[in-house]
Design a protein around this ligand. Structure first.
Ligand code: MLT
Length: 262
């Protein structure tokens, strides 16, 4: 079973329907959602799984697929007897969320897609993934952090929020190189999810940082156009990791969605 950061609802009679499952980005871990664990005070059971090998968990496979990542989350929900949850994912977590919408949509009653996109990797992106694979094998996680941090974090965060830069740097540095390599396989082998989008019927919140250069706002606009019941919120002064870079603004958008749309 996947290990997860568990924050049970802190209200008198929580319902199993009020479960919020949050899937993390690459190459971070479930603690990237720590600023969202406070939703437990509003009656939500917040579950943030670590994908295989992340956050100190066991690595299940050296070459997992995005389907494997999705199936592990589906299995976790079934093991925990959660019938329907609000599911959210940021970037790689969004790819896994879209894969869950393909494989087990009945488990989801609301969807959050943050700083993510539906297309598979282009040829050029796959070449970049192979370079990153070589880098992590030869030089380790620290070198990956050095390459990725300037893209993961927005200009505002990099210039004004050194504690966030250090926090993200630490999370990447602590990730075993073989875990990073395995996730690169899952990323580069994932299939295009465009066909899933018109089938999504549940309320959907799309969030993007206005300084996101990895999955820029235009990609979120495409998601909004393709999903029937979707609403797009752009977070000012945030890059790719919008929930970490501007937690207050992110949480306001999330609270409005959870209170009024699901
Ligand atoms: C992520 O944040 O999960 C990654 O940037 C996703 C990707 O590289 O496609």
């Amino acid at each position: 079973m996947l290990t997860f950061v568990d924050t049970p609802a802190r209200t008198a009679s929580p319902s199993t329907l009020d479960t919020l499952v949050l899937l993390h980005a690459f190459p971070l871990n479930a603690h990237m959602w720590d600023e969202q664990r406070g939703f437990a005070d509003r009656g939500w059971h917040v579950i943030a799984p670590h994908f295989s090998g992340f956050g100190g968990s066991d690595l299940a496979s050296d070459t997992p697929s995005m389907d494997d990542y999705a199936d592990a989350v589906i299995e976790l929900l079934r093991d925990l007897r959660i019938e329907r949850a609000v599911l959210g994912g940021l970037s790689m977590g969004g790819y896994a969320s879209l894969t869950i919408m393909r494989r087990a949509p009945e488990l989801v009653r609301g969807l959050i897609l943050a700083d993510t996109k539906s297309p598979a990797d282009s040829l050029e992106a796959r070449e970049q993934r192979h370079k990153l694979l070589t880098l992590v094998r030869e030089e380790g996680a620290e070198a990956v952090a050095g390459t990725m941090l300037p893209n993961l974090l927005g200009k505002t965060t990099r210039e004004h929020r050194s504690s966030v830069v250090e926090y993200v740097h630490g999370m990447i540095r602590e990730t075993p190189p073989e875990t990073i390599a395995s996730a690169i396989y899952a990323l580069l082998s994932r299939v295009d999810a465009a066909d899933v989008l018109p089938q999504i019927a549940v309320p959907t919140l799309i969030i993007v940082g206005d300084e996101d250069t990895i999955t820029p706002p235009s990609m979120s606009q495409s998601l909004e156009q393709a999903i029937t019941n979707a609403e797009l919120v752009t977070i000012e002064a945030a890059g790719h990791l919008s929930n970490l870079e501007q937690p207050q603004r992110f949480n306001e958008a999330l609270a409005a969605f959870l209170d009024h749309r699901v």
